[in-house]
Design a protein around this ligand. Structure first.
Ligand SMILES: [Zn+2]
Length: 436
């Protein structure tokens, strides 16, 4: 039997504050918790939490881990280590790899490889892969959802590419509904988006860059919500970036459509003003919007309209991101800074409560997927993160576990860094500062 003891932590989960106490972990599960329960217990490892915050490990329903085929950008080992470093215990990987994850064999390979990475606590988060909606992301023929689900896929999505054909989206939703699978959308109308590289607005006009209007997103969100209403399928709208799209979601939620939605750390903290630098690190899809949009997204978060925060961690090589704005790929790496970024910019700024932020990274994503709410209780899996809410330090991309060692927030001083992450009771990450 393996045993790990955490002494003197502040215990918090989705049910609220649980006071200060110890946690005893045996064979991957919480065996005891509460004041004094760890005192004198013999363990393979004892962690002195010193009042730091212990909470269930975070869940990310949206990460690009790039394996198979794009390991130069990221692979399962680096991506899942980066996730653990960011405090995430479970990650849903996107299917827009090379080849696309559209066959059960590819799903099974990912599951097996990720499981092997966790043996012996080698520092990897738990992987729950998504599979693609269409073969090759070509938007023409549906994949075999039942076979993909049997192989371990937990979500169906063509994320990266919008499903342009409404009839295909309807068929996908009918099929997914019958299997109890969530369909995640990348809702942008391709014809309205055109070749836009940034938000269409005053800044794009001043810079003379092709713009992507909020209408492209709002229109497709409306179609996806209508299809959810029509079919009864569980549709999760990924990375909502603007006020208009969020208002559409509010409208359909009020109608009772089975729709949930996600926002990303970057859409909550950056605006299209950042593109004045012409730095392609700020090129994401959907694009960074205006300060008005960011304020509206934050308000939607506060009002409980937003179900989950997903990172949309999208690593690329530095060389790719040093191309000009027109040629550089969309996406930025953020899984290792998401928690401190949001804690500092939203919670410490007084815009959002700490437990509300945690809910969007724990209970929220679990509810979207129909998974049990992660809890600190006896018998629960020991997927835990110990967070240091006091220590302030700068974002140092060269320290990232991710292969993408650059960041829009490089040098920014943040608080709320993960100190120790346990997956199945094994240490998957510990901050260098935590090693005694
Ligand atoms: Zn996407």
């Amino acid at each position: 039997m393996s045993r790990l003891v955490i002494l003197d932590a502040r215990l918090v989960d989705g049910s609220g504050e649980l006071g200060r106490g110890d946690v005893v972990v045996e064979d991957g599960r919480i065996a005891a918790l509460g004041e004094g329960v760890g005192a004198g217990v013999q363990a393979d490892r004892t962690v002195l939490a010193g009042g730091r915050t212990l909470t269930p490990a975070l869940i990310d329903l949206h990460a690009h881990l790039r394996e198979p085929g794009q390991e130069v950008k990221e692979d399962l080992a680096s991506g899942l280590a980066a996730a653990a470093a960011g405090g995430f215990g479970t990650v849903v990987s996107m299917a827009n790899t090379s080849p696309v994850v559209d066959e059960p064999g590819l799903v099974a390979d990912l599951v097996a490889k990720a499981d092997a990475l966790r043996v012996g606590g080698r520092g990897a988060a738990r992987l729950r892969p998504a599979a693609s909606l269409s073969h090759g992301l070509r938007g023409q023929a549906l994949t075999d959802f039942a076979a993909l689900q049997a192989a371990g896929a937990v979500m169906i999505t063509d994320d990266g590419i919008p499903v342009a054909d409404g009839r295909l989206m309807r068929s996908a939703c009918e099929y997914a509904r019958d299997l109890g699978l969530v369909v995640q959308t990348h809702s942008e109308d391709p014809s309205l988006r055109g070749d836009g590289v940034m938000n269409e607005g005053i800044v794009s006009q001043e810079l003379g860059l092709p713009g992507n209007p909020t209408a492209a997103e709002a229109v497709m969100v409306a179609r996806d919500c209508e299809v959810a209403l029509l079919t009864g399928a569980r549709v999760h709208i990924a990375h909502v970036s603007c006020k208009r799209a969020m208002q559409v979601i509010e409208h359909y939620k009020a109608l009772g459509a089975p729709v949930t939605c996600e926002v990303t750390p970057h859409h909550l903290t950056l605006t299209d003003e950042a593109l004045r630098s012409f730095d392609p690190v700020f090129k994401v899809a959907p694009p960074l919007r205006t300060a008005d949009d960011v304020a509206y997204l934050r308000d939607a978060v506060r009002r409980g309209v937003v179900d989950s925060i997903g990172t949309d961690h999208a690593p690329h090589t530095r060389a790719e991101k040093e191309l000009d704005l027109g040629s550089a790929p969309f996406g930025l790496p953020n899984i290792e800074v998401a928690l401190p970024l949001l804690y500092t910019r939203l919670v410490l700024a007084g815009e959002l409560g700490e437990t509300d932020l945690l809910r969007l990274l724990q209970d929220g994503p679990a509810e979207v997927m129909g998974w049990p709410a992660p809890r600190l209780e006896v018998g629960a899996p020991a997927d835990l993160v110990l967070i240091d809410l006091e220590d302030e330090r700068a974002v140092e991309p060269e320290r990232f576990r991710s292969k993408a060692k650059f960041s829009p927030w490089a040098g920014e001083r943040l608080r709320g860094w993960p100190w120790l992450t346990l997956i199945d009771g094994e240490v998957a990450f510990e901050a260098p500062e935590a090693v005694v």
